[in-house]
Design a protein around this ligand. Structure first.
Ligand SMILES: O=c1ccn([C@@H]2O[C@H](COP(=O)(O)OP(=O)(O)O[C@H]3O[C@H](CO)[C@@H](O)[C@H](O)[C@H]3O)[C@@H](O)[C@H]2O)c(=O)[nH]1
Ligand SMILES: O=C(O)[C@H](O)COP(=O)(O)O
Length: 479
């Protein structure tokens, strides 16, 4: 049963749709542009909100305030990742103090929301929750809570202009089936046995350019995973570092190459893409994985996590790492964004022109693994466009379902200044224009920047030509 307005609910504002939940319900509807209250009904007596943070949690506060509630009790399960608490603090705790006369926040440590509800349920006639992300998850969530709580349940979904993901959406399906957690692959014996069955050799290639501070730790961590029998080779490919990166790497006894010296007759360009292109000449392994050498928060998880889905799902030919990169911003306290170039340039571009890739959380991540035979089909730009180029071609050549992404945890790495990121974006832009065959837009390769101060101008301009590599034409006999 669905009604527009539930009479039992003492709402004083009209911007809400109220849908009745009953234990035998098997379908619920959304109403666009309205906050929706999925509820078993208003119950007089003590009530509490169980909130994690985010827009649906905030919507619970809005609904209660609009219903005339002046005092609120909030239960919150402590996050395993502490910075997520900033989301709770900024979206729930801070506004609650503005909206209610009295606010009690209880930080809890039960292992799950169901344990929490079991503990507190008898004290409240009514419990309110923020809705899970997808509409399709609301009903299962309701039914699970119902098993542990006898009072009246209410789930609130914020008004949103967003298009909901649903089961018919291909990206949603892909996200569900092709997004993995690195921690699910933490048992070396299981990965070893999959690797044996798959019968493929794996090389981890570490690209470096002036990473003397972090490279040693990255190599050591990679070697741990090699010792565990998950990878066969660890190789460093350096882009002519001017610090001690190479000598640090050499102390570990791994093969170390300066990429201009690899197949020198093919010439040499500067850039990370060039290092990745040349790596195929220094190993004959079947699967190649790259992990950046500037990652301060490196752990074995980065390596086995990236490779785990490929080892356990032979149909997966390309694996991309993703991670959280907490960035502090003024207004909301914290953004869980993907990186500045990702959010401001790559993601909007992808959604506008390459929506099939919109499920990738970190489309620019440098932590990637691919089957050698798939890489051989690709055109590789020498510059920072390499990551997006490989992603676009991986999906174009073998289909979205041959790709996956893996949550590797949190990445703390050396951050570039905005001017450097602007140059990186310019390179990625050039690569996308080329790959998408929209050259008629013109290929302007100069990035001009005008600085102005005290009425004077200074002009800097830098040329970014994208050099493309192809295995087919240039080097097929060598690899
Ligand atoms: O010419 C180069 C430039 C960089 N690197 C190494 O490549 C990795 C990543 O480079 P970095 O300059 O730190 O890139 P980010 O600013 O972190 O950029 C992100 O976005 C880029 C574009 O997608 C990706 O290439 C990166 O891997 C990804 O971390 C590091 O280990 C570098 O030492 C090289 O080997 N050669
Ligand atoms: O992936 C990105 O967008 C860039 O590498 C920038 O990342 P940052 O904003 O975390 O430095």
């Amino acid at each position: 049963m669905v009604t527009e307005k539930f009479v039992g609910w003492p709402l004083v504002e009209q911007d809400y749709a109220v849908h009745i939940l009953t234990p035998d319900i098997n379908n619920i509807k959304d109403i666009k542009d309205k906050t929706v209250i999925y509820t078993e009904g208003w119950q007089q007596g003590p009530l509490a909100a169980v909130l994690r943070g985010g827009i649906n949690a905030k919507a619970v506060l809005d609904v209660l305030a609009a219903s005339g509630v002046r005092e609120i009790t909030i239960f919150h399960l402590e996050e395993k990742i502490p910075y997520l608490e900033d989301v709770f603090l900024s979206s729930v705790v801070a506004p609650a103090h503005e909206m209610f006369d009295h606010v009690a926040v209880h930080w809890r440590r039960e292992p799950s929301i169901y344990d929490l509800v079991t503990q507190i349920g008898k004290d409240y006639n009514m419990l309110l929750f923020g809705a899970p992300l997808a509409l399709s998850e609301i009903l299962p969530f309701y039914k699970s809570i119902k098993e542990y709580y006898a009072g009246s349940i209410t789930i609130v979904k914020a008004s949103s202009h967003d298009i909901e993901f649903d089961e018919t959406d291909e990206i949603y399906k892909w996200l569900r089936q092709r997004t993995f957690e690195a921690t699910d692959f933490a048992l070396p014996s299981v990965l070893r046995s999959h690797k044996k069955k798959l019968n493929k050799k794996i090389a981890v290639i570490l690209p470096s350019l002036n990473e003397e501070r972090t490279v040693g730790n990255v190599i050591e961590t990679a070697l741990e995973v090699k010792d565990a029998g998950i990878i066969d080779e660890v190789i460093l490919v350096d882009s002519q570092s001017t610090d001690n990166t190479v000598s640090v790497a050499e102390t570990f006894g791994i093969p170390v190459f300066r990429h201009p010296e690899i197949e020198p007759q093919l010439g040499s360009y500067r850039g990370k893409g060039e290092a990745m292109y040349k790596s195929l000449f220094v190993t004959d392994c079947d699967i190649l994985a790259w992990v950046d050498t500037d990652i301060e928060s490196i752990t074995p998880r980065f390596f086995y996590g990236l490779l785990g889905p490929m080892l356990t799902h032979p149909e997966i030919k390309f694996s991309k790492g993703y991670f959280s990169r907490p960035v502090r911003v003024e207004a909301s306290g914290l953004e869980l964004g993907g990186g500045r170039v990702t959010e401001i340039f790559a993601r909007p571009w992808i959604n506008a022109f390459l929506p099939q890739l919109s499920g990738f959380i970190q489309p620019l991540a440098g932590t990637v693994a691919i089957y050698r035979e798939e890489m051989l089909k690709m055109r590789i730009p020498a510059n920072y466009g390499v990551e997006i180029a490989m992603l676009v071609q991986a999906v174009a050549n073998a289909g979205l379902w041959s790709t996956c992404q893996v949550n590797l945890g949190e990445v703390i790495h050396r951050s570039k200044d905005v001017a450097s990121l602007s140059e990186m974006s310019f390179q990625i832009l050039q690569v996308l224009i080329e790959l998408m065959g929209i050259k008629e837009l013109g290929r302007h390769e100069t990035l001009r920047r005008v600085y102005s101060a005290f009425g004077k101008f200074e002009l800097s301009s830098k040329r970014f030509k994208t050099f493309w590599r192809e295995y087919k034409s240039e080097a097929s006999d060598k690899i």
